[in-house]
Design a protein around this ligand. Sequence first.
Ligand code: NAD
Length: 479
Amino acid sequence: MAQMKLDANLFIDGHWVEGKAGSQPNIDPGTGEPVGVVALADTSQVQAALDAAHRAFPLWSALTGQSRGAVLKKASSLLIDRMHEIADGLLLESGKTRADAIGELRRTIETLAWNGEEASRICGKVHQGVVAGSIRLSVPTALGVVVAITPWNFPAVLIGRKLGAALAAGCTVVLKASEFTPYTARAIVQTLVDAGVPNGVINLIFGHPVAVSSQLMASSLVKAVSFTGSTSVGKQLAALAAPNLIRPIFELGGHAPVIVWKDADVENVVQVTAPAKFGSAGQSCVAPTRYIAHHSVHDALVDALVTKAKTYKLGHGTEDRTTLGPVAHGGRVVSFLQLIEDAVAKGAVINTGGKTLERPGYYVEPTVLSSVSRDSEILAEEPFGPVATVQSVEDIDEAIELANAAEYSFAAYVFTDSIHVRDELVRRLNASNIGVNQTAPSLPDVALGGLGNSGYGYEGGTEGVLAYMHLRLISQTHG
Ligand code: NAD
């Protein structure tokens, strides 16, 4: 497996082609060494991808939902056969552990299958007409060419989520996947193509992100942009999309609080939240990060988190017993160290971790910080790493104040047996995805989307497919 070559070309109008703007290395974050190259598109190739998607739209959108769904379901079953091979590449280029890579691919398989089923369930409504004998039809219609832009932290399932829903709806796609995880994008696209997606329906490009996205958003051919990534880039894309009134579907950053009330079993809190905290090295938009504990359980929670953090075996995804991999690239290490330094300068205590590993690659220790001052950057900025902060509070008002202090509204977690406390916290939390005594997974069958700085629109569920459709109103009377 060490010899695996994780190259990725561009896929335009049914052909894999080299990039006319050259290439860049695909780096294994576990070693810092290249494991392949990724092709970069020039402006003519970005335009060719848009043109191909535009040409393919009439035929793809005219197929029955059942036919489009059959392709998605075939892709899902092909992915089952390819899962272990793709996991080998995914873990090398992303830094995930094997368990995380396999888990993500299983979710991708489910996502393609669910959207394949949903394609045949798409339906409109018949309303009464305004005069006798007339009716009004509300008819969902595919929007057209969709631009999908995806990050590196879940390189398979986020592509599966966007492509699954857009293709089910009858749209065609130009996918700009992350240059940090190009092999996984190539593998998912190839699987869809092998399942029967016609030429031009999916086009995959990589390139200089600012130049490529500016060109894509300037095109009148594009009808929607589905972006998952950071809030800052999302705001730039929103501004670029506005002049052409391109419909935005944005899943952005998060900074999830975990409120642990006095009646909670802290050992259980840690067992339940640790996989979401330390899985994928904490690089998840729903990762529980800001633990806010009633003062009576604060110390016990810190101890339990420290004990759990120390059980992780930090290492390369190919090494036996690794349970926590590296972060995705050098920039994440710099950001992690800066946030820790700032917190400590403002009085935080490092209960465990806080350092990098003395070995090639981008390894940061699982970290627990307590006594974190309210003005610490780590409480405002998404840390996107294996770090948990713990703050102590006296009452519910203070817990809500701290939880709602970050400018994100995505995931939040509440641990209590009290119905009264639960209801009050859920009502007052500024969050769109709340786990009560459990985590809050993003599953294919239910709509989920961020609020405020965490985005707008939905992915998942019926609403996730309708996001790529327009409801046309047909009012008709017999002639
Ligand atoms: P990112 O915003 O840096 O990059 C995401 C995508 O945008 C990549 O394809 C990248 O090449 C491209 N991009 C980067 N800079 C750009 C620019 N200036 N203009 C246009 N495109 C640009 O995000 P990331 O670091 O790859 O991913 C991590 C972020 O994604 C975190 O903020 C995380 O919370 C968020 N995320 C959100 C969800 C969700 O469902 N809400 C899920 C996963 C990740």
